[in-house]
Design a protein around this ligand. Structure first.
Ligand code: SF4
Ligand code: SF4
Length: 295
């Protein structure tokens, strides 16, 4: 089984539309939507959910104010400065302690030392993940709660479930729609993959993003190829991307013309492969062949 992860330096490059198109061309792929902050592969593939589970990014401490006597021990022992104190709103002579959920690392030290057993330590539910069936193959996807952290951990979970399904059922490909950018969720989605496909556009910011992604993927030693989407909107920059990619041992495996069939297909909840027989389909097919050739 080969794992192909499709990423982009930033959002809006057409990455997800291309993943949906590749999924239609691949032979029985398993799909993993690892763009958990803005999961939208399901909009095109309309999954039928077979199983859903809660996701918890880890334990977090929370003071139950009715039990707290304001001794301040939790603040003394927390080395992450996550405990804050304020004047108690009902009793100005007493201090009120609260835990900043962003700063709390969930180490549990304050829970252990609190003499009143006034600190709750249950893992909060941060999101949900799903195993579904789609018309092109099984799909693992997720939804993270608004402003929730730990998307790297959720990406790892989605990826490993998708890998398990692919291996157990003999699927030849695992196709991952990765998160945009170069942060922790991207690292969680590319490490150990067989191939990373970077979708870029011929713009100055696209060139810059490609450079950042190249540094990231070469740091983690993952073979990487490039797909230039909307290559005809700026032939000069497209040529520069070809040259830079060659120099960086990150070959361009395909270029896809600008075509508003992508948008129209998305509106119709289909991939461009299912929507049209126009010349753009040949571009996508050649790119997919280039990806398989690079594996
Ligand atoms: S250690 Fe417990 S009782 Fe003391 S301030 Fe903290 S939560 Fe309240
Ligand atoms: S769980 Fe750890 S990090 Fe969180 S408030 Fe308690 S001591 Fe601080």
């Amino acid at each position: 089984m080969k794992e192909i992860v499709v990423i982009s330096g930033k959002g809006g490059t057409g990455k997800t539309s291309l993943v949906a198109a590749f999924a239609c061309l691949a032979d029985r792929p398993v799909l993993a939507d690892c763009d958990v902050d803005a999961a939208d592969l399901y909009l095109v593939l309309e999954p039928h959910i077979l199983r859903q589970e809660d996701f918890s990014g880890g334990k977090q401490a929370k003071i139950i104010s009715e039990r707290c006597d304001g001794c301040g021990i939790c603040m003394e022992v927390c080395r992450f400065d996550a405990v804050k104190k304020d004047i108690h709103p009902d009793n100005p002579g007493q201090m009120k302690y609260i835990i900043d959920p962003i700063a709390c690392e969930g180490c549990g030290v304050c829970v252990y030392f609190c003499p009143q057993k006034a600190i709750d330590f249950d893992p909060p539910i941060n999101g949900k993940w799903f195993i579904s069936d789609t018309r092109v193959g099984p799909m693992v996807h997720a939804r993270l709660g608004i402003a929730e952290e730990n998307s790297g951990k959720l990406v790892t979970l989605v990826r490993s479930e998708a890998r398990r399904i692919a291996e157990e059922n003999g699927h030849p490909y695992l196709l991952v729609d990765g998160p945009p950018g170069i942060g922790c969720p991207v690292i969680a989605s590319i490490t150990g993959a067989d191939l990373v496909v970077v979708v870029t556009e011929p713009t100055v910011s696209g060139e810059h993003d490609l450079d950042r992604v190249h540094k990231l993927s070469s740091h983690f030693g993952v073979p990487t190829v490039v797909c230039i989407n909307k290559h005809d909107i700026n032939p000069e920059v497209t040529e520069r991307i070809f040259e830079e990619s060659r120099k960086n041992d990150m070959p361009v495996v395909g270029k896809i013309r600008y075509d508003n069939s992508f948008t129209k297909a998305q509106i119709m909840k289909s991939s461009v492969i299912e929507y049209t027989h126009g010349p753009v389909v040949e571009d996508v097919k050649e790119t997919w062949a280039g990806i398989l050739g690079a594996l």
